[in-house]
Design a protein around this ligand. Sequence first.
Ligand code: SF4
Length: 379
Amino acid sequence: MPSEMSIGVYIHVPFCAYRCAYCDFAVVTGQLGRVEAYLAAVQREIGAFRRHWGPQTVGSVYFGGGTPSLLEPSAVARLLEAVAGLGTLETEAEISLESNPDDLSAERLAGLRKAGVTRLTVGLQAVDDRRLEALGRPLEAALGLEALERALDSGFVSVGADLIFGSPGQISDRWPEEIDAVLAVGPPHLSAYALETTSRTRLLRAVERGALPAPDPDQAATLYEVTCERLAAAGLERYEISNFARSGHRSRHNLLYWQDRPFVGFGPSAASYFAERRWTAPRRLSEYLRTAGRAAGGADVPPCSSDRLAGEALVFGLRLAEGIDLEAIERRHGAAAVARRRPVLERGVEAGLLLGEGNRFRLSSRGVLLADEIFVDLL
Ligand code: SF4
């Protein structure tokens, strides 16, 4: 476990080989020629942070993207060296890296492990060629499963698979087969997200002009329930709305987000929560490269109000299956901010969306499907 005083570090790697139809992340394609400038910018940003905020103990590092597996292992090692320069990188630190199956040759996997990566997530997203096509991912389902198998054989402490459900035209009856195909390979962690079509993506435009059917929220709710049942039967416990793991394989880094713990992000669009401040780096790569390291992240950002932080702690904490402890949030952010929200929680219990016992609250199985209805009133 990371120590109580440690922070998590997120590094956003913006490079992708192609842009998937549903993606609205801060990514660039066809720009691997800018990797060197990007690495130097992250190093400058980390250096400026350390000079301003002093040495830190780092308990977890998470390379997200974008497609971090496009980086050479030597580049990953260089970034980890820069993170170690923040102060202390704990010897048992969890070092996670998101990957795309088509990058995972045996050689790349061995290189990433040697560079220090302990936990690899493999972005399958679908295990059905028609669904991959609908998602605009030029990949083959069978090759994705083979890559997952290679990852599991490569000596990582943990490996996870990521799936998306509710894609346009998805046939509900085939979803259990997709889950079973992944379970047969055996990753100890699985993330399953409902497809979102709220931002201006290629997929949303195709839906709007009638080229693809609109995702159906009722179908997504059914697919989610099937996911939970299937994974529970296979021994993968749901510990967060979209995350399932065998014992000992929860994402320690992602738990920081839900447990109101500090993390610092580097790279374009990376978000941070540190010293009661929240800030986000510039989203555009060119602006990021131009400005990184000029000032320390968060240096010119005022602390957030206790009221805002309490609301966020409640919403993020309720995503966890174990829920929240109001007393702990009260100790950290003050009694007034919690008292103001207690009636919302009690109404949630009356409506059957929350289960409450003393100071502890968690989402009911119906509440998990309708979580946003509660969250909006708690912020
Ligand atoms: S690989 Fe991931 S980050 Fe890159 S375009 Fe596809 S969804 Fe977006």
